[in-house]
Design a protein. Structure first.
Length: 247
């Protein structure tokens, strides 16, 4: 089993660079999950660290772990107070005409026997706001959407609704994320191209946790380069809906 890359480490917390394809929770059908790596990440400490928030299985990048229950409660409270900053990078499967903007579309969960559950824009749904800006536009490599334009976008969600960035990309920017099998065609990539690029967690009486995850190889294979790491002040705020329950 490959060792996970640690982006930040101290006596209270770890931030790891979660690889795409690794689920936080054990799949119902079995298989490898984050749990299989946690014991190896004690690094001499007595307790096994635990995830404080969630990333989708396909999403790579910054994931915060707490080393003990007390720290876990404090970090969870920071998420609930919308004090935790997160910045994402995503590859949109199409041309994005404008350079920046804000998407404000309420989201609601629906389910059907044919398609399973998914999120949709709905006036009666929960408020969801995402700020975004284009980082790069380029023609897709051979075999990727027939060479049509793809766009690297920085997303900064004020809220953290389930699948928020994925739905906002489709409904707000006019095209789904590359490789997204639910909100797009699933074509052009082996996974939904979304990366948690930066994480900032304030701490009372201590310096904040600040971590940045480098651009993954599959993003670079599309011709994109790693943008400058976002500052702590400019990092996005995530909603407590994305938190795991404390133990």
């Amino acid at each position: 089993m490959n060792q996970l890359t640690v982006l930040f480490e101290d006596a209270e917390a770890l931030v790891i660079d979660k690889p795409a394809g690794l689920p936080i929770d054990r799949p119902r059908a079995g298989g490898v999950s984050l749990d299989d790596h946690l014991d190896a990440m004690r690094f001499g400490f007595q307790r096994t660290p635990a995830a404080v928030h969630r990333l989708d299985q396909d999403t790579s990048g910054c994931l915060l772990l707490a080393r003990n229950a007390k720290a876990h409660r404090r970090y969870a409270a920071a998420f609930e107070a919308r004090q935790v900053g997160k910045t994402y990078l995503g590859v949109v499967a199409g041309h994005v005409a404008e350079d920046s903007g804000t998407i404000a579309l309420n989201l609601s969960k629906i389910s059907s026997a044919e398609k399973g559950w998914r999120m949709i824009p709905a006036r009666a749904g929960k408020p969801a706001v995402t700020h975004w800006r284009v980082i790069d536009r380029r023609e897709g490599p051979d075999g990727v959407l027939g060479g049509k334009e793809i766009t690297l976008v920085e997303f900064k969600p004020e809220t953290g609704r389930t699948h928020q960035i994925r739905v906002h990309a489709l409904a707000g920017l006019g095209a789904a994320l590359l490789g997204d099998p639910i909100y797009g065609t699933g074509e052009g990539a082996k996974r939904t191209m979304l990366h948690a690029a930066a994480l900032t967690v304030p701490r009372e009486g201590k310096p904040p946790i600040v971590a940045a995850a480098p651009l993954p190889a599959d993003f670079r294979a599309l011709g994109f380069v790693d943008p400058e790491a976002p500052s702590a002040e400019s990092a996005a705020i995530e909603d407590p809906d994305a938190c795991l329950p404390t133990s």
